[in-house]
Design a protein around this ligand. Sequence first.
Ligand code: ZN
Length: 145
Amino acid sequence: MDFGFLGGKKNKDPDQNRRKKKTIAITQNVINGLISYAKMHHPFEGILILGGERKKTEIFINNLVIPPFSVHGPFYSGFPINELPFDLNYLGTAHSHPSGSSQPSLEDLNHFYGIISIIICHPYEEEDIHAYDSQGREVLFERRN
Ligand SMILES: [Zn+2]
């Protein structure tokens, strides 16, 4: 989304902007996995680590990892981020919102891990999957087989 008009500043080099912007692609397997994991944990939150590749122009998510120290509760699910092994293939996390809210909570933003955060909200269908950057801005993604 472009909020450039808010500052009244014209973007002088839109091409450069486009070059810097990364595409986010998520495989259908990962999408299906997110949906079943979220449904399985309902009415509790479930959380997963997103694995994949960080390329020059693309963030490609093709793997889901169950966190080793996950805690499930009715209002918050998390894991001690500093106990995770350092792994370049970990791109972020995905978690469910049984409340049905698609927005990241303050807690979510304070515990941001990696470069992308996915939220899947109740009733956990494909259109209930939303991706956010570390600023809490929604980012679009494409499906890949
Ligand atoms: Zn959340």
